[in-house]
Design a protein. Structure first.
Length: 317
């Protein structure tokens, strides 16, 4: 009997570099969005145009995701007749809900702050999976990981100073990013449910397109506008679409050829890349490399590693 050839995607150097590339893409979303606000001339109080921009980005991401997935599958990917309900629900949580608040938040807070706070979605997902959806048990290790991660979020929010008015925390900034993290956690649990019966690439691609269309129409109805003043606007929009499509497709390939625990734990690089790229492209070095910023990031990264290490240990038994 011939031994099945191991995929190159399971070779750890390839796995690590691909995961790193995905995290660089996801981490670059924050500076890319804030740069887009400048390129398109969208002011912090122009909610309608921000929603339109989010809609354009995710409709394009959906087209790219289905395109990439169809090439890999060597056939055009279409959802099944019973998949439209799942796509609609997932679209509400993953695209409409999450990115309505994500785009709002980035108009009011720094990229460094947003990248760290958004990582709270990893810990909200653990809590929801255990107590709302009952996918898994909430163990002592997960408790320790969540406490560690939330401590980092609490610190970047200003610690106790955030509650006595000494630190400026706003609902439209930090509050909106926390809501985006909660919607991310809900969408993660929905993906776990729906992907049992449907190709996750199909689900993600079509929910991106549906959610993007909804956001674009809402923004347009509210009086929003997108002015393409230069080729940079077009390139920025294409890149933002590729962030979701490219990273999601590659991450899906890694999950197919590796244990979930090995890939999940590599997600610790996501907030790291978000902070580093915000420092590089947005000039937020002072906050990124401040004592508070570094300790907050380290706590969040440690929390992500802790909650995923347990899965790695169980998979070896």
């Amino acid at each position: 009997m011939k031994k099945e050839k191991k995929s190159m995607w399971a070779w750890f150097p390839i796995t690590f570099l691909t995961a790193l590339f995905c995290c660089v893409l996801w981490g670059s979303a924050t500076p890319a969005i804030k740069i887009a606000y400048q390129l398109f001339g969208i002011s912090p109080d122009d909610t309608a145009s921000r929603i339109m921009l989010a809609g354009a980005r995710f409709f394009l991401a959906g087209v790219m995701t289905i395109g990439f997935g169809s090439l890999l599958a060597k056939r055009f990917l279409l959802p099944g007749q019973d998949s439209f309900g799942s796509i609609a629900v997932l679209s509400f949580f993953q695209t409409v809900g999450q990115y309505f608040f994500f785009f709002m938040a980035l108009a009011h807070i720094t990229g460094v702050r947003g990248s760290i706070i958004n990582a709270a979605g990893n810990f909200f997902a653990i809590l929801l999976a255990a107590y709302l959806f009952h996918f898994e048990k909430f163990t002592l290790r997960k408790f320790a990981g969540c406490i560690t991660g939330f401590a980092g979020i609490f610190l970047i929010l200003g610690g106790l100073s955030a509650f006595n008015g000494a630190e400026s925390v706003s609902l439209s900034g930090e509050g909106a990013m926390l809501l985006a993290a909660i919607f991310y956690a809900l969408s993660s649990c929905c993906i776990k449910i729906y992907s049992r019966k449907e190709n996750p690439v199909v689900l993600s691609g079509y929910q991106f397109m549906l959610g993007g269309s909804v956001l674009f129409i809402i923004g347009f109805t509210m009086g929003g506008h997108l002015i393409f003043g230069s080729i940079s606007c077009v390139l920025n929009l294409i890149y933002m679409g590729f962030i979701s499509a490219g990273a999601y497709t590659l991450w899906g390939i890694l999950l197919k050829h590796n244990p979930v625990s090995r890939i999940s734990i590599l997600g610790f690089m996501n907030p790291v890349m978000g902070v580093l790229l915000s420092a590089i492209f947005l000039g937020e070095n002072r906050e990124a490399f401040s004592i508070t910023g570094l300790i907050s990031l380290l706590l969040v990264v440690a929390g992500i590693i802790i909650v995923n290490t347990e899965k790695a240990g169980k998979s070896k038994r």
